[in-house]
Ligand binder design. Structure first.
Ligand SMILES: *[C@@H]1O[C@H](CO)[C@@H](O)[C@H](O)[C@H]1NC(C)=O
Ligand SMILES: *[C@@H]1O[C@H](CO)[C@@H](O)[C@H](O)[C@H]1NC(C)=O
Length: 503
């Protein structure tokens, strides 16, 4: 039977991809810091530095495509921000990837220190997957603890903590570079750093500065200022300031790496601990909504679909990946088939619904095309499920569902005796069509991956198909390019809590 053959092929490809799973995408000598779920807290969440973390699976094509750009970004951000990667195909990391709300591969998250130590702000990186864009976005997120000082405020600043060391960068720039911001983080609490523009002529005169950029170090009290004469490079600037005091620990990624490999054995032994700590933080959640764990669980994005056990982040056992749409049958993965129009409307076709993949089926559901399409979709979903990435719902729409006919007509899809695969997003009012030749696993998976990446042509979904609920207007310009779409809710979050922290 066709169906069994397709399934066998799908199973074989799954097996094959499993066998390479243990191998990470980034080698030992990569500039990308390979971390596990157990390292995350120590190396990323508790760090004073800003990080970008890629959640990937070694079998995923888009992850492989991203690799060169990500490596390049890591090199360019060396000493400025941490560039890390988590292999979500590794059994040990699956619960962690689930907790972080990873829905597809690759997912990139920027983690920057929050106002409270150890409670970072986590945001999805939604920008283009080129090194330059990644680097610029990460740099933008680096906190700025550099004091902007003018002629007017100079005396006041010099009077503060006058007995201990300070540093000043004279510059013609209005903005503070990522390098200087990072330097201020290296020496946070040790050497306050200021930036003064060259148009502040009084200050220039006081310190005898004639050209910019010039970095000077005030050792403390009225001791003579020392002018830096090296290159404006991070490492040598750190060395220069280190004549006063060594920087805070944990700065260079290299050190973090060393710490990691050194403690690998301990981590294995302590493999029980993540569940413990995640439970502890999950119970914190209501009390402290800005905690890292809370924002992580809240990032589970695509809304749960009714036919499934609700993936309520607070209730679920943190050790098992959260349930996805497919019923978990071992032998015959399948997708839910929804024959009630109201149910389909409430799942996927309303003004609030997120991305869905719909397989509009012909009357003859046992046709080769129909069975192949369903088994391909089911295998893809199952694979993501196994990788703890939570993919949007895949739903079969039988010809008996009246919505099938109206989709065919309004979207001008063509004959009712063929299978039609479409992706819909009610909230953003777009749909996309699969226009491949067959419904084999590889073609369909490429298409699904492209949707996750926000690639491919979007068409406007007619309002008439989004009946029922009130329409939420989403201006065209705001339509994001990528899936999963997370940003809105989470972006507001950091501002609303807590006293202002130091740093
Ligand atoms: C301390 O104050 C004096 C007088 O304003 C100033 O010249 C000196 O640079 C200050 N030192 C530091 C480390 O702030
Ligand atoms: C982080 O910054 C604080 C000062 O704000 C400093 O005391 C602490 O040592 C720093 N921690 C690390 C790991 O750099």
């Amino acid at each position: 039977m066709v169906r069994t053959t397709a399934l066998a092929a799908a199973a074989a490809s799954l097996l094959f991809s499993r066998s390479v799973a243990a191998e990470g995408l980034y080698g030992k000598n990569s500039a990308v810091l390979q971390i596990s779920g157990l390292d995350y807290d120590r190396l990323i969440a508790k760090s004073n530095y800003t990080s970008i973390v890629e959640f990937y699976a070694p079998w995923c094509g888009h992850c492989k495509n991203l690799k060169p750009a990500y490596e390049a970004a890591a090199k360019s951000l060396a000493g400025i921000a941490k560039v890390a990667a988590v292999n979500c195909d590794d059994e040990m990391n699956k619960p962690f990837c689930g907790q972080m709300g990873v829905q597809g591969f690759p997912t990139l998250k920027i983690v920057k220190p929050g106002k409270k130590p150890g409670k970072p702000i986590v945001e999805d990186y939604q920008g283009p997957r080129a090194a330059k864009d990644i680097v610029n976005t990460v740099k933008d997120k680096i906190p700025n603890n550099v004091k902007r000082v003018t002629d007017k405020t100079l005396d006041e600043w010099l009077a503060e903590k006058n007995e201990t060391a300070k540093a000043i960068l004279f510059s013609d720039k209005g903005l503070t570079s990522a390098t200087l911001r990072t330097l201020a983080i290296d020496f946070a609490g040790l050497i306050p750093i200021a930036q003064i523009r060259n148009k502040e002529t009084e200050a220039m005169k006081v310190f005898g500065v004639t050209s910019v950029p010039t970095l000077i170090l005030l050792p403390g009290g009225t001791k003579d200022a020392i002018t830096y004469d090296g290159e404006m490079k991070k490492d040598s600037m750190v060395e220069f300031l280190s004549q006063i005091t060594p920087p805070n620990p944990d700065c260079p990624p290299a050190k973090a790496k060393k710490a990691k490999s050194g403690s690998k054995k301990d981590e294995k032994k302590a493999s029980k601990s993540p569940s413990k700590s995640s439970k502890a933080s999950a119970s914190h959640k209501s009390a402290d909504a800005s905690s890292a764990a809370a924002s992580a669980t809240e990032e589970v994005v695509e809304e749960p679909v009714k036919p499934v056990v609700s993936p309520d982040p607070e209730v679920g056992d943190e050790d098992t990946p959260k349930p996805v749409v497919i019923p978990q049958e071992e032998e015959k993965p399948t997708i839910p088939v929804v024959s009630e129009s109201a149910e389909l409307q409430s799942l996927c076709l309303n003004a609030k619904s997120k991305t869905c993949i719909l397989a509009i089926l012909p009357k003859d559901e046992s046709s080769e095309a129909a069975t192949t399409a369903i088994s391909s979709l089911a295998s893809i979903h199952k694979k993501h499920d196994a990788g703890a990435s939570h993919l949007f719902p895949f739903i079969g729409v039988p010809a008996s569902n009246p919505v099938a006919a109206s989709l065919l007509a309004h979207l001008k899809l063509g004959g009712a005796d063929n299978v039609h695969l479409i992706a819909t997003n009610g909230k953003r009012a777009w749909w996309k069509k699969y226009s491949g030749d067959g419904f084999g696993l590889v073609e369909v998976e490429n298409w699904v991956d492209a949707i996750r990446m926000g690639e491919g042509k979007k068409e406007k979904i007619p309002d008439s198909l989004l009946g029922g609920e009130e329409k939420v207007e989403v201006p065209e310009a705001k339509v994001a390019d990528q899936e999963p779409i997370l940003a809105e809710e989470e972006k507001k979050e950091p501002e609303s809590h807590h006293e202002h922290g130091e740093l």
